[in-house]
Design a binder for this molecule. Structure first.
Ligand code: ATR
Length: 272
């Protein structure tokens, strides 16, 4: 069988083996998908060892190795270059390509919820790896503008500058003083996992935007609850993004597009 894995530290919590096994069985494809705990300073060696076996066709990469993976691969996709991180490694005939499917995963999940991305004005909350990883795919999907808010303004500023290097001035800093109407508000921080809200005025929800929290719990997050209480009706958590980024990785390895819905429902069920 083909072998793939996910590298991380910690890794025990990873849902990727369940997701990819379900995808593989949709095509009767024999796939052995492993969890690999790499030492925090030992990604390159772990990757070398794993890929020494020619049956190993690819890997996912999660915290804290997405930058190490960027260094380790031979070539980078446009998504990975712009995201500045690699979450998917693909074995090619002549070496290894690094890609990043997080952004495509988000955009595909927005589409699956019938949230219009084309021409959208977006508020991105957070300026860490999750925000940076998502932005290239949002731009490719034809958004009109993206305002970035972050607790540390200098990081938001740096992400605006980085983005505008390839985005035709579509990115800017969020400015609480100017009234801005957003179509989609995305929480790319992990604040909801601590039951905390970003420090933003209610007015960001005034246009009743679609609201996306990249994390997920077994109930709506505080951020989702806040949006709902302010009248937003399309409010979504990050479970679909998780499944969709995996689907895009699967596609890169096998050229087949798995169906996300059954996997999404299964994980939702497990999480109850
Ligand atoms: P990731 O790769 O998951 O994005 P990260 O790079 O550590 O992780 O970034 C986490 C994001 O959550 C950042 O935008 C961070 O804000 P800072 O850049 O100001 O640190 C944000 N974040 C984390 N804890 C926060 C808190 N208590 N209040 C506000 N923002 C927070």
């Amino acid at each position: 069988p083909a072998i793939a894995c996910v590298f991380g530290n910690p890794i025990e919590q990873s849902k990727s083996p369940i997701i990819h096994s379900m995808f593989a069985s949709q095509f009767n494809l024999p796939l052995q998908y492993q969890k690999r705990l790499a030492p925090s300073d030992g990604f390159a060696l772990s990757a070398d060892q794993f890929f020494a076996d020619i049956s190993c066709i690819g890997a996912n990469v999660t915290m804290p190795f997405k930058l190490d993976a960027l260094q380790w691969v031979d070539t980078l996709s446009s998504q990975a270059k712009r995201a500045g991180a690699v979450n998917t490694i693909i074995r090619q005939n002549n070496g290894f390509t690094g890609d990043n499917t997080d952004g495509v995963g988000l955009v595909n999940d927005l589409h699956q919820h019938n949230i219009a991305v084309n021409k959208a004005n977006i508020l991105m909350i957070g300026a860490g790896g999750a925000a940076k990883g998502a932005i290239p795919a949002l731009l490719d999907a034809g958004i009109n503008s993206i305002a970035i808010y972050n607790r540390s303004v200098d990081k938001a500023q740096a992400l605006v500058r980085h983005t505008n290097r390839y985005a035709n001035s579509k990115a800017r800093l969020y400015d609480s003083a100017s009234m801005q109407a957003f179509d989609i508000v995305i929480n790319a921080t992990s604040l909801s996992l601590q039951n905390e809200l970003p420090d933003l005025p209610d007015s960001v929800f005034a246009n009743q935007p679609s609201v996306y929290d990249m994390v997920y719990l077994n109930k709506p997050t505080v951020f989702m609850q806040k949006a709902t209480s302010l009248g937003c009706t399309m409010v979504v958590d990050g479970l679909g993004m998780l499944v969709n980024q995996a689907a895009q990785s699967f596609y890169l390895w096998f050229g087949q597009r798995p169906s996300c819905e059954p996997v999404y429902l299964h994980l939702r069920d497990l999480n109850k």
